[in-house]
Design a protein around this ligand. Structure first.
Ligand SMILES: NC(=O)c1ccc[n+]([C@@H]2O[C@H](COP(=O)([O-])OP(=O)(O)OC[C@H]3O[C@@H](n4cnc5c(N)ncnc54)[C@H](O)[C@@H]3O)[C@@H](O)[C@H]2O)c1
Length: 308
């Protein structure tokens, strides 16, 4: 099959593109390299540097494409609060541009990498796809808007659409920017350099950490699974882990003694997050294979950025 992966030079996009290429598929990537690194893509992946809002470029890439994986986005919650317009331009506007191009070129299916952040605070844990959503950040709002645009435009023009609400993904290849780094990559880096692990809040907040290979399994299956048009499907580990417990595991697997600092003055974000993954199992035969402790060990083993 022929695939286009938007944001394919990013953390999840690289893992997905390389997996598809290894399976023998033809893979095109469009990424503006604002946060991604195309050098990590296998040589057989065709990389095109470009903006997701460039419709003319998308037109040249889409002929013959069977399925588009839409991952291009700006992904930082705190940054989104500072620059809402940029998040709207890329995450919402970029999605609409892509959907117009998909409509024009009659692609069969689009799979959107959406986010568990859309749920916000919920009374019932784990979160089901049928729960009312309460997006609490500009990032979450932009992903929710993207879901609506993808499903609405796809339905109008006979394209199949699937939205995967991915929870906290982690694994080798996740970048650690100085500002607003993702939690696991950040904690591992600091533990392995005997620095300080700084936790926002008291560490009782929980998240659903899912290993990159499990996310890629769900994405790949979504390209061809039957009976999932217009579906929204959670992709997580199904396990709720507190940040405090995450720190304990990181100290254990790294065999280090980083200083642990809890900052009660800074909000730890949503108090609880965990995905109900029964729909993913029913629709995609999805079962997460890598428990958190194993995933942390694999991340250290396989990520050259983390080797001491
Ligand atoms: N990693 C997670 O935990 C997680 C969780 C939920 C959802 N998601 C979603 O999955 C997708 C991939 O996330 P990631 O963690 O790999 O992030 P990432 O930042 O590594 O990847 C995003 C990619 O999009 C590219 N990009 C940004 N703006 C662009 C533009 N205007 N035009 C073209 N490309 C552009 C970046 O260069 C980057 O390579 C995103 O849509 C994100 O919202 C990720």
């Amino acid at each position: 099959m022929r695939y286009l992966v938007t944001g394919g030079a990013g953390f999840l996009g690289t893992a997905l593109s390389n997996r598809l290429a290894r399976q023998g598929h033809e893979v095109l990537v469009i990424d503006d390299a604002s946060a991604g690194d195309p050098s990590q893509l296998l040589p057989e992946v065709q990389f095109v540097r470009g903006d997701i809002n460039d419709k003319a470029l998308l037109w040249t890439l889409l002929p013959g494409v069977d399925c588009v994986f839409h991952l291009a986005a700006k992904v930082s919650v705190p940054e989104s609060q500072l620059y809402p317009r940029d998040y709207d331009t890329v995450n919402v506007g970029g999605t609409v541009t892509l959907m117009e191009a998909i409509r024009d070129m009659k692609v069969r299916r689009v799979v959107l990498a959406s986010s568990g952040a859309i749920y916000g605070e919920q009374d019932v844990i784990p979160f089901k796809e049928s729960s009312e959503v309460h997006p609490l950040s500009v990032y979450a709002v932009s992903k929710l808007a993207a879901e609506y645009y993808v499903r609405t435009i796809a339905a109008q023009c006979g394209v199949e659409a699937v939205c995967l609400r991915i929870f906290n993904a982690y694994g080798p290849g996740q970048r650690v920017p100085n500002a607003h780094p993702p939690v696991i990559a950040n904690f591992l880096k600091h533990a392995l350099t005997n620095g300080s692990i700084v936790v926002h809040g008291d560490g009782s907040q929980t998240r659903d950490y899912v290993y990159v290979d499990d996310v890629v399994n769900a994405l790949v299956t979504s390209a061809t699974a039957k009976g999932i048009d217009q579906e929204i499907i959670n992709v997580g580990s199904g396990v709720e882990t507190s940040v405090k417990e995450l720190v304990r595991l990181i100290v254990q697997v790294t065999e280090t003694k980083p200083e642990e600092i809890y900052n009660p003055h800074k909000s730890g974000g949503v108090s609880r997050m965990a995905a109900d993954i029964s729909k993913a199992y029913a629709k995609l035969n999805y079962l997460p294979l890598i428990p958190l402790e194993t995933g942390l060990r694999l991340t250290i083993e396989r990520d050259p950025q983390l080797r001491k």
